[in-house]
Design a protein around this ligand. Structure first.
Ligand SMILES: NCc1[nH]cc(CCC(=O)O)c1CC(=O)O
Length: 309
């Protein structure tokens, strides 16, 4: 092992920093190395700088990863740590996801001010979220609810909730747990009627393809069940050409060598939907996700997709 510190790139949000620190701790533990061997390099991304518009308006998911990926490709970073959910399905040439850390709880959390559950919200209540998926899922269950765009860090969103701008908001439970803020949650949403975003709750490590020193360092922190589950979920998204404009939910669960995936696509108003379940061998995770995506796409027909834009 060389002595130059290993450079870990991350965004600067509190959640991103917590994830980078978790990755460093796992690397230190796996190799018995001191903290000084790892340098956490914080970069600001376009997605961090623009917080008043929805991601789909400003150009999609890549905005959170582009700056990190440029520095990874040029060799200034050795790895980049991300929320897998924020990763586009197609990565830049020469980069790959080398590992997924053990997945945190993937459910969405409801944080209510005027009611403690989504069902108990008063008629016409306002829910703040920037996610098209959450918006569509809310409207599917409660068409009377108004959804308003709500971006920014977890802290900003909770402050707006306190200030009374909205009745409730939804956040990934995983992010709240990583920030030790789970006590704000008033309801955990059942993934069978409120499926999470594909890859929600999983931290991933991105690196250069053909970098054996990094591969050797990262391999021991990869969690295989998470790798297979998230690979399946991302394949589902890829088959649907998933972007920020498409309300898509889905999750895979590994049980021994078996994997079961449930997926859902819906229109932004939550009035039309198609769901799918597939299961098979964990070693076929990617093929299963692709098959599920293609099946749901065919079942929905082209008219369904046109209604999204
Ligand atoms: N789009 C922002 C984002 N990306 C990942 C998470 C949460 C952590 C995770 O899913 O791993 C969040 C915030 C949220 O949805 O509440």
């Amino acid at each position: 092992m060389q002595t130059k510190p290993f450079r870990i790139g991350t965004r600067g949000s509190p959640l991103a920093l917590a994830q980078a620190h978790e990755t460093r701790s796992r690397l230190m533990a796996a190799h018995g190395l001191p903290e000084e061997m790892f340098e956490i390099v914080v970069l600001s991304t376009t997605g961090d700088r623009i917080t008043d518009r929805s991601l789909s308006e400003i150009g999609g998911k890549g905005l959170f990863t582009q700056e990190l990926e440029e520095q990874l490709s040029s060799g200034e970073l050795d790895i980049a740590v991300h929320s897998s959910k924020d990763m586009p399905t197609k990565l830049p040439e020469g980069l790959h996801i080398a590992a997924y850390l053990p997945r945190e709880d993937f459910r969405d959390a409801f944080i209510g001010r005027t009611a403690s559950t989504l069902k108990a919200l008063p008629d016409g209540a306002i829910v703040g979220t920037a996610s098209l998926r959450r918006q569509a899922l809310i409207r599917r269950l409660r068409p009377d609810i108004q959804v308003t765009i709500f971006r920014g860090s977890v802290g900003t969103r909770l402050r707006k909730l306190d200030e009374g701008t909205v009745d409730a908001t939804l956040l990934a439970f995983a992010g709240l747990k990583r920030l030790s803020m789970e006590e704000v949650v008033t309801e955990l949403l059942d993934p069978t009627d409120f499926p999470p975003a594909p890859a929600q709750g999983a931290i991933c490590v991105e690196s250069r393809i053909g970098d054996p020193r990094t591969d050797a360092l990262i391999a021991p922190i990869n969690d295989h069940p998470t790798y297979d589950a998230v690979t399946c979920e991302r394949a589902f998204l890829a088959a649907l050409d998933g972007s920020c404009r498409t309300p898509i939910g889905g999750f895979a669960i590994c049980d021994g060598d078996h994997l079961k995936f449930s997926g859902l696509i819906l229109t932004p108003d939550g009035r039309r939907e198609h769901s799918i379940e597939v299961e098979g061998k964990r070693s076929d995770a990617e093929a299963l996700g692709l098959r599920a995506g293609e099946a749901v796409r065919a079942a929905a027909g082209p008219g369904f997709f046109e209604s999204w834009s």
